[in-house]
Design a protein around this ligand. Structure first.
Ligand code: MN
Length: 465
């Protein structure tokens, strides 16, 4: 938790931006895994609730009455039976004081607060819910059916939250640096353990354990796989094989719930083949290209498209693509190799604020999301600003099912060399991902220590560790 002043001033700015009405910010509740008292662990608070109240406890709701300038923390104090099992914890009023909130009230009073606000004609602002128990809470309080709640959520509140959370404060950047330091340990642990004969699951488990040991948890389920061409390939029981590539996409979440997100791809046996190196160096060039062009005022959409053109140009050198680069990218042929976006916002959520809606977070009136296959997975497109944190994560994948599908449908024959592509069906996929901070005149890597990614550094690290 940051200082009380941090939360007081964030709420005061939120009130100014939203203007009027009453804001109801729902914290998360425990989430049962297989029976009510066996929940997913650790508890994960809602990020916007954390941003404005900083309290990491289940069963809380923050009410900000803008019209009457009154803030209330809603929650129930725990009883003696809870203390027997979980130990003593702060009272709701102690928690409220720690975040600079004067008033507290038990959960049973929330309905009354909402009813009174409605009687007075106050607008009730809430964010789009993503957990089903919150949806039921909103249904009970406001009578809005869960299927209509996303549309009924307050655009004014969403815009205000996105505006504030998009630009990271120095103390938030420090937290992300801490997450990246844990991420470095996670990734170098995986590189040390990777060798023929070890299971994906063993390496993945050690990566997760490293995140848990130094921080709160992983920032998303760890991807560790020899099938890098499967975007979310979670670790399986299969054994790492000599000659294949292993892809590790993993991140940490600090105790204060800020994230890191990195990807590395390396040879299981520690030495790239010439064929692997040829494709790897293209991804490396695309990754590094971003560092030179990302800066305030530049549209991330344009950076993504420039990377697609660079990748197409380089794939033409290998013979896998052909024809005019501009035309190929305009047609979307490059998405055979790069079917996802170049990167996303990152902060307290690894895909920061994704629950608030991509249209609000990554796009605006000037930059609209694309509907074309591949580019439609770009989660961020709008102009960059100082203080934004994003991932830079180009990749090249050889997805057998996609190759078969496009080939059978005769798609992009002018731009893709299908005969050659057939011989890459056993290749897998490569992604290199780092986290960048947009600075006043450019951008920089987050995380003091670079997880090795230049081929010579990767091979050296794997030989010596
Ligand atoms: Mn990512």
């Amino acid at each position: 938790m940051f200082s009380r002043e941090t939360y007081v001033s964030r709420r005061s700015e939120l009130k100014r931006l939203v203007g009027n009405g009453i804001i109801v910010l729902f914290g998360n509740n425990e989430s049962p895994a297989n029976y009510p008292s066996n929940g997913y662990y650790p508890f994960r608070q809602d990020s916007s609730f954390l941003y404005y109240f900083g309290l990491n406890r289940e069963g809380l709701v923050g009410v900000i009455d803008i019209d009457n300038d009154r803030e209330t923390l809603i929650g129930n104090d725990i009883d003696i039976e809870d203390i027997v099992w979980f130990g003593s914890v702060d009272s709701v009023s102690d928690m409220a004081a720690s975040t600079g909130v004067v008033n507290t009230a038990p959960m049973a009073t929330l309905a009354e607060i909402c009813n009174k606000a409605r009687e007075k004609g106050q607008k009730i602002h809430f964010l789009p819910p993503y957990r089903f128990d919150t949806k039921i809470q909103i249904h009970d309080l406001l009578g809005i059916h869960p299927s209509l709640q996303k549309e009924a959520a307050s655009a004014e509140l969403i815009k205000a939250v996105v505006k504030m959370r998009s630009v990271k404060e120095q103390q938030e950047i420090d937290e992300i640096e801490r997450a990246c330091a844990i991420g470095y340990k996670m990734h170098t642990t995986a590189m040390r353990l990777t060798r023929p004969g070890v299971t994906e699951k063993f390496v993945g488990g050690q990566v997760d354990g490293t995140a848990n040991s130094y921080g709160a948890m992983v920032s998303f389920p760890t991807i560790f796989t020899q099938h890098g061409e499967i975007m979310h390939g979670n670790p399986s029981m299969s054994v790492l094989e000599d000659g294949r590539l292993a892809l590790c996409d993993a991140g940490a979440e600090t105790i204060n719930n800020y994230c890191s997100d990195n990807t590395r791809t390396y040879p299981v046996n520690g030495k790239f083949t010439q064929r692997q190196l040829e494709i790897y160096s293209i991804v490396e060039a695309c990754h590094d290209y971003v560092l030179g062009v990302a800066k305030p005022g530049v549209r991330w959409f344009d950076v993504h498209m420039a990377v697609c053109r660079l990748m197409t140009e380089r794939l033409k050198d290998t013979g896998l693509m052909k024809g005019d680069t501009e035309e190929a990218v305009r047609a979307g042929a490059h998405a055979m190799f790069l079917p996802h976006g170049l990167g996303h916002m990152m902060g307290m959520d690894v895909h920061d604020m994704e629950g608030l809606g991509q249209d609000f977070v990554g796009f605006d009136e000037e930059t609209r999301p694309s509907t074309q296959f591949g580019t439609n997975c770009l989660r961020m497109g709008r102009r960059l600003e100082e203080g934004f944190v994003l991932t830079d994560e180009p990749g090249i994948y050889f997805i057998p099912a996609l190759i078969d599908d496009w080939k059978a449908r005769g798609l992009h024959r002018d731009f893709i060399n299908y005969d050659m592509l057939e011989t890459y069906k056993d290749f897998g996929g490569i992604r290199i991902e780092d986290d960048i901070l947009i600075t006043a005149d450019g951008c920089r890597f987050l995380g003091k220590e670079r997880i090795p990614y230049h081929p010579a550094d990767v091979e050296n690290f794997m030989r010596n560790n």
